[in-house]
Design a protein around this ligand. Sequence first.
Ligand SMILES: [Zn+2]
Length: 347
Amino acid sequence: MHVMELPRKVVVGEDIINDLGAILEELEIGNSALIVWGPNVKKIVGDTLLQSLEKKKFAINWEFSGPSTFHEVERIQKLAKKTGSSFIIGVGGGRSIDIAKLASFKSKLPFVSVPTSASHDGISSPFASVKGLDRPYSVVAKPPIAIVADIGIISKAPFPLMVSGCGDLISKLTAVRDWQLARDKTGEYYGGYSASLALLSADLVIENSSEIASKSGDSVRVVVEALISAGVAAGIAGSSRPCSGSEHLFSHAMDIVAPGKGMHGEKCGMGTVMMAKLHGLDYKQVRDALDRIGGPTKASEIGASEEEIIRALILAREIRKERYTILNEANLTEQTAGTLARNTGVI
Ligand SMILES: [Zn+2]
């Protein structure tokens, strides 16, 4: 049996935050909303968003999201119960979306994703990552029932966030290769359709890298739509396979070895350069695209040391042992990890 879980409604456009109330009304998911956001996001979109819901007579409760921990997920879960909320809206870049997504999953309530930046594919995927779990990678929740991505708001987010989103998208190149490798070596289920969809997202970023760098035309929309498609690809696959491979394992290892250095997508992008080399792909094309966009391709650009990169490369394979990737074949040692990082220009 293969189960695909997909969003019911995806709305992308300028100033559509004004229509959030109407969009929610059409979904018929109840009339009591719990909004989870950060203080900054509330300052920027709060009035417009609340007015849009008030116009459609929704009962509204809202809460600031705390640190990205499991405890925080439980707090929001309790609040949803206490307020009798019929659905939860996560508004923000990463933390609020993750917390709201997991809290709704655990409360068996619909989750609505309202991204205010384009920094990773969690805005649409069925996965969430919070600290305090027994593993350093994302856990399975449910995909959002609706994604409402206001391009006007996302365009105003700091540019490095979108650059990080591009790193997360480019990482699908090696994630899909790792998935193919697992299919060939271990007989793991492989979904050609979701793999193609994820690859398309990565190709779009590479093809449009100059436009993204110059912030021209529809570049924000291209990145947002690609991130949404990548998250949907994971929903079709029924696993994070098309979106997360050895490059993500490297990123998770960096979270442990050098916490706080570099954003998720930045580390994934850098990991993709090195994993592409291991896979025998054109790693220079990946590196050039990231360079053009302004994403970090060198350890020093995220404040990491040579030693931290090498340690993370060696640790990566241990992060998620059941997931077969190129790291199982490469068997990196201190020496070979160092050579890989040096040959790709990361250190
Ligand atoms: Zn990612």
